[in-house]
Design a protein around this ligand. Sequence first.
Ligand code: AMP
Ligand code: MG
Length: 344
Amino acid sequence: MPGNVSYAPSADGAARVAYRQASRLSTLRGETMGTTWSVRLPGDAPALPGLVSALEHTLDDYVAQVSHWRPDSLLSRFNRAEPGSAHVLPDAFAAVIEAAIAIARETDGAFDPSLGALVDLWGFGAGERLDHPPAAEAIDAARPATGWRRLRFDAVTRTLVQAGGVRLDLSGIAKGHAVDLLGARLSDLGLRDHLVEIGGELRASGNRPDGRPWRVAVQGVGADAPPTGITIALRDQAVATSGDYLRYFDHDGQRYAHTIDPRDGRPVDSGIASVTVVHADCLHADALATALTVMGADEGFSYAERRGLAALFLLRDPIDPRHPRREVIRVKPTPAFLTLSSHE
Ligand code: AMP
Ligand code: MG
């Protein structure tokens, strides 16, 4: 694949990573986390009794723990809890918070699971959507409640302490983690060959029915965009995408998308249309895609290169300074990404 491929983007719309067709596949589908899930398996999966309910149970159990959309979830209860209160977390919640804090540390806070107050303030949380930025004073008032360094988690006792007013938001990592949990459930049931997907985040295990690796195609930016023509062969790997076209509002000619820069409490404006990350597990692919979006086109790309991450950046390049919306999408893969992908 050439290092620089440009094509015109479409209007907005959700378009992420799509499946390649493969023969003799069963597909199971459902809804979770405000989006859809699907599982692809070789052979005749519907013949397996109880499979869908086993998968739904895994998802429901996870959502009941970590959803910040549900007022009765454990996470929402933690967010409302008294300062100083200690909370012993169930397995999945403990695993995701431990990983989230480690990734926050590794990315110097670009990924931050404690931004709930700001995410809500900007209208990207469970409350009402906005069509304009909040007042600067409101942003300043929300910021002291955020910051991953305020999270006190003891991995041995699985205890998380509420420092006071901290609102967790795991939307940047939870879909990926849930993909991993579904994959683990399938493997436990002896179904080693599978492709799991939730809202565009995917994980492949084993092979397709034809014995070849699962392949996914990276779609363009927006529903009507021409395909990028890039496909990735996944060998027991996961892929996740963060994009500025997935949740945003426009105000005064400026786009405000759902990824918050913890350094200033405002949506990032980094010229990144999307970042796709391939990783051994989907939790890391998901969180790192969010982190690279925060770091921006230059810093994020060099971070990914230094760490040997397989990442694909789709960058918005203006073609006419007088018309900021006239742009081309530049495709920028890291060297590690190039080894996994092909271009048609
Ligand atoms: P994703 O689509 O995985 O990039 O996740 C984006 C979501 O993660 C947003 O809608 C927020 O709920 C949350 N979020 C926003 N900014 C950050 C950040 N800097 N670190 C972690 N999560 C974030
Ligand atoms: Mg993410």
